[in-house]
Design a protein around this ligand. Structure first.
Ligand code: ADP
Length: 253
């Protein structure tokens, strides 16, 4: 594996209405270790809305307010990332994209050209949806789909989704105590994909269904996806750094 996209959801970065410095530092440390092991790393990060909300308490049930909060929070979020990456002697960068950028070959090509320069210079691209002009992931998806497109179009081998859940289960583990985690999964049931998505908190949107959609998108294109906990990075570390899968779910053909 040469290039990996690591996506961190808003649940993971968010702690009591603010971006958790501790968790962001743990994520940045992981990125630094993966990069040191010789892989290119692209980060897709949520957290702009919660970052903005820590400064201005607007009603988040309104999309236009969420957009405004993202506009306030995005530079704050990046400043936090910059500070953390600096501790590891690394540079990071901001890349704001939307799904429609991937609809246009020309725009995808332009974005990829910039990403290649960043990666060649060991600069970590931090991608987020441009929430002021595109609201798709803000409403539904929490960057799950954006990260799948990022993986495919920027030639990564794998997408790693760091979530508030440590694996994909045969049923929702929060509602069923007997739910069993899948270690590997190679086929996504169409019925599951058509389920209505239940947002599981005021910050996150989409839940497990958008993750399955991303997995299906990538499986069809010969890419793989690894879903693991973003709270405890033990599983993702052993998977990415030692090539050993202890926990998490690997979606792969
Ligand atoms: P993120 O951490 O990326 O923001 P979400 O909270 O949006 O993730 O989605 C993950 C949630 O989906 C889990 O916390 C869990 O409650 C729910 N979920 C529903 N069905 C399943 C399942 N079969 N396996 C795992 N999680 C599931």
């Amino acid at each position: 594996m040469k290039r990996v996209v690591i996506k961190v959801g808003s649940h993971v970065l968010n702690e009591a209405g603010e971006v958790s410095k501790e968790r962001m530092l743990a994520l940045v440390e992981l990125v630094a270790q993966v990069q040191k092991s010789g892989k290119d790393v692209i980060v897709v990060s949520s957290g702009a809305v919660s970052s903005g909300y820590s400064k201005l308490k607007l009603d988040k049930s309104l999309i236009r307010n969420k957009q405004a909060l993202a506009a306030i929070g995005q530079p704050l979020l990046l400043k936090m990332y910059q500070d953390k990456f600096e501790r590891f002697g690394m540079l990071c960068s901001q890349v704001l994209l939307s799904a429609s950028d991937f609809d246009s070959r020309k725009r995808t090509k332009h974005a990829k050209a910039a990403i290649e320069v960043l990666l060649a210079n060991k600069v970590v691209p931090i991608i987020n949806e441009n929430d002021v002009t595109a609201t798709e992931e803000l409403v539904f998806g929490d960057n799950d789909r954006l990260s799948a497109h990022t993986t495919y179009h920027f030639d990564a081998d794998m997408l790693v989704i760091l979530s508030d859940i440590d694996a994909y289960y045969d049923k929702d583990p929060r509602e069923h105590s007997d739910a069993r985690a899948f270690k590997r999964h190679s086929f996504i049931d169409q019925e599951l994909l058509e389920q209505t998505c239940k947002p599981s908190s005021e910050f996150a949107t989409g839940g497990i269904v958008t993750k399955l959609q991303s997995a299906q998108f990538l499986l069809k294109r010969d890419k793989s996806m690894f879903l693991a906990s973003g709270f405890d990075l033990t599983d993702v570390k052993s998977f990415l750094l030692e090539g050993v899968q202890k926990g998490g779910t690997l979606f792969s053909v």
